[in-house]
Design a protein around this ligand. Structure first.
Ligand SMILES: Cc1ncc(COP(=O)(O)O)c(C=O)c1O
Length: 411
């Protein structure tokens, strides 16, 4: 029987997840009900975070975070070009401008020196993307933000459960943080996201913005409330709510997150062993395991290796096609946004600044399958397939003398 195709990432849905959604379907409130608050409370508890607000997607979470922190026309954010489009496009949605810093060539995370070099009079926020699940240099970024009176925002869509020191990311060190619950992420709600903030006024604002800008607290009304039906639309908002069905799924998924995260880390350790076995461990290894940093523990949303395609003599498209034929799905995270037509058009000449870190990262990165349901044996299968795809011999097998001496026509 052929081995099953391994995608680069996918969800795990157990019977208890299905049961939780069915129960929610039979409940009186399909949206705006108690399962939303229950999910938010469970997330706050897991993260050790002060205020968590569930919303429609990670993209909506970014939009809400930027809006609630009052980013707008004339403001600039500084972020990484090695990220998903939404990190930047949500800033355009509030009318802000994006400046792309360079990244560390080995992690793809923001290079703090390059962020510092871009700070100017219009800079309002630094948006740190914890790429693949490895936390950015948060202490240095916080110090930089404080020194220039800037907001610090975490795009933690890859990093649920990642540790910076002994604290989880997205637990309130930054002014705001966002999560995504898209199916390839750590836990899923189908589509979904959350914003984490540390100040209650930001939480109240986000609750209002995700619900059409409607104020329900009589203390915030412009007139004394004439009755229980009364509410006021006080600002531009959106319908970015997450349903009770989705939240029921999220709460059920979250109960398994500690085990799933431990499994991701176990799989990462196995990958490291297998990669060392096939390719060695030095800085010049043909395939390098993801870079690590002291006192930071990745949540391994992705397992992105760095491949020296030029030295292998195999281009990335060929390697990906060979891997696909061997039943192994891979992906590239990400084409730098400074190479994307839309973001280039927005950035103008700024897009063409040299970013050697981003260029080096992009040239080599390839995300291998990483999700908790992978079996131990899958890891060896993937690494063996990678070795074959890069035209490396399976093992540097010593050739017996007799085999060397045998004539070519031997059976
Ligand atoms: C880094 C990053 N930011 C933001 C998002 C947007 O999340 P969503 O797909 O839930 O809108 C994603 C999702 O892929 C992401 O990877």
């Amino acid at each position: 029987m052929p081995s099953p195709f391994l995608p680069y990432g996918c969800q795990t849905i157990d019977d208890d997840d299905v049961a939780a959604v069915i129960e929610a379907l039979r409940a009186p409130a399909l949206t705006c009900g108690p399962r939303v608050e229950a999910f938010e409370a469970a997330l706050a508890d897991y993260l050790g975070a002060p205020h968590v607000l569930a919303c429609a997607t990670g993209t909506a979470a970014l939009h809400l975070a930027y809006a609630a922190l009052d980013l707008g026309p004339g403001d600039e954010i500084i972020t990484s070009p090695v990220t998903f489009s939404a990190t930047a496009s949500a800033a355009y949605q509030v009318g802000a401008t994006v400046r792309f810093a360079d990244v560390e060539p080995d992690t793809g995370n923001l290079d703090v020196g390059s962020v510092a070099a871009l700070i100017g009079p219009r800079t309002r926020a630094i948006v740190a993307v914890h790429l693949a699940g490895l936390p950015c240099a948060m202490t240095a970024l916080r110090a930089l933000a404080d020194a220039h009176d800037l907001l610090l925002i975490e795009d933690a869509c890859h990093a649920l459960g990642a540790l910076y020191g002994d604290r989880m990311v997205a637990s309130g060190q930054a002014d705001a943080a966002v999560l995504s619950f898209h199916p390839v992420k750590h836990i899923t709600t189908g589509e979904g996201g959350a914003v984490i903030v540390r100040r209650p006024e930001h939480a109240a604002r986000i609750a209002r913005l995700r619900h059409h800008g409607i104020e329900r607290d009589p203390a915030g009304f412009t007139i004394p409330s004439p009755g229980p039906w009364y509410h006021e639309v006080v600002e531009q908002g959106w319908n970015y709510r997450l349903t009770d069905l989705a939240c029921a799924l999220g709460t059920s998924q979250l109960t398994k997150q500690p085990d799933w995260l431990a499994r991701r880390r176990e799989l990462a350790a196995r990958y490291r062993e297998e990669l060392a076995r096939r390719f060695g461990t030095g800085a010049d290894a043909l395939v390098r395991a993801p870079a690590t940093r002291a006192r930071r523990e990745s949540a391994y949303h992705l397992f992105a290796v760095a491949i020296d395609f030029a030295r292998a003599g195999v281009d990335r498209a060929t390697a990906m096609a060979r891997l696909r034929d061997a039943g192994v799905g891979t992906q590239v995270h990400y084409i730098p946004l400074t190479a994307q037509p839309f973001h280039r058009a927005r950035a103008g000449a700024h897009a063409d600044l040299p970013r050697p870190g981003a260029d080096a990262y992009y040239a080599r990165t390839l995300s291998l399958p990483m999700f908790p349901a992978l079996a131990d044996g899958d890891i060896r299968r993937v690494v063996d397939a990678l070795a074959t795809a890069l035209d490396r011999p399976a093992v540097a097998r010593p050739v017996p003398f007799l085999e060397l001496a045998a004539p070519e026509s031997s059976p």
